[in-house]
Design a protein around this ligand. Sequence first.
Ligand code: FAD
Length: 420
Amino acid sequence: MHVMVLGAGITGVTTAWFLHEAGFEVSVIDRQFDAGQETSFANGGQISISHPEPWANPCAPLTALSWLGRVGAPLRFVPRAHADQWQWACRFLCECLPGRSRRNTAAIAALAVYSLRKLHHVREAAGIADAYDARAAGILHLFFDPRPFARARAKVEEFARFGIEVRPCTREQCVDAEPALAAVAPRLAGGLFAPNDESGDAMRFSMALARVLADCRVQFHHGMTIEQLLVDDGRFARAMATDSAGKRYAFTADACVVCLGSHGRELLRPLGENLPIFPLKGYSVTAPVIDHARAPTVSLTDEARRIVCSRLGERLRIAGTAELNDYNRDLDQARIRAMLDWAEDRLPGAIARDQVTPWAGLRPATPGGVPIIGRSAYPNIWYNTGHGPLGWTLACGSAAALVALMRGETPVLNFPFRRG
Ligand SMILES: Cc1cc2nc3c(=O)[nH]c(=O)nc-3n(C[C@H](O)[C@H](O)[C@H](O)COP(=O)(O)OP(=O)(O)OC[C@H]3O[C@@H](n4cnc5c(N)ncnc54)[C@H](O)[C@@H]3O)c2cc1C
């Protein structure tokens, strides 16, 4: 059976891997000229099992209000006359209800724990452990205010029930875990250390895995923009695509898997499928490390500023902010400056500020933060998409679970898979 994967971001290539491993004939179509060139290109790099609570949680509405109008605030809403954006925002608010947020947290946690095991499997089986600046040094969540720290500590037991290990740390223990924090130690209220979390470059991982797959005769059709999905007799029949010269191609397969990030919604709409995915823009800056003693090796999450920081080889990646601004990917200099100021404040002297590569990407976000994995209303169109802020963390588990579903198996996971 030939399965065509639509999209070669982190979710597409991992889907292709598990399909290939399960014995399917696999091809991949993408508009870029290599894998991992859109949202998976320069994300925060965190494999963040310890952060299963979605952005839609009971504290989110008030927190968002307190950030309104602040330059460099972690969240920004740019109102547009776009019904989808308002609909998404309303659904996001509904998902902040305590019951829904608890249910979504449990689903994300189960998938995240499963995904870490699958990531270990993929990198060993594909032989790419050294290809993506991987670091298994944990994630340290930093708190500069005692109240949010107390609230977060109260969740440690709940996370332990999900199989997620998180250890509360005093400010001294934070500095023991990551000596580069010495400069900010007096301001720290405390931290939560997740020893099993990891970090790495999602783009390099995607490219390395795609190379291995291409060597295993998985066919990659790069530079092809999919414009239409056609169905025949209620089943997916072909994807119509154009190359950069405007030439049209028809790609046929027995089934397809949609892994198109924020762009799947528009392609599926003419088929009557309404994917609740909207782009949530985020920024990152990547810069060479100039002082090793001042640059962290443990990945960090600054909970107050919603900024993450990962060491990727000789580089430091700092990422954050969420902006509801349609498909806009312009680089707002104020946002970039805010991230660089963060680095100067928290990790003074660690990076070369004059050699920064800024980037913006669109997280394919569902209102509740739970990705869409499973079958569409069409028997041979499948979804593995909508991973929002956690696509790198959840990619391997989502792909493994989807392929199990496609083989008629039931993944042993407390997760709301789509059943068509
Ligand atoms: C600032 C920022 C920081 C982040 N930090 C983290 C983090 O630390 N940890 C974490 O787990 N996650 C993080 N994420 C989220 C993560 O990066 C995403 O969830 C993930 O990259 C989504 O992967 P994807 O494969 O679904 O989408 P993409 O990587 O965007 O892949 C979709 C693919 O589809 C292709 N495509 C789209 N439309 C078409 C078309 N019409 N025709 C052909 N091809 C098409 C694109 O070229 C692309 O290759 C972050 C995101 C951002 C923006």
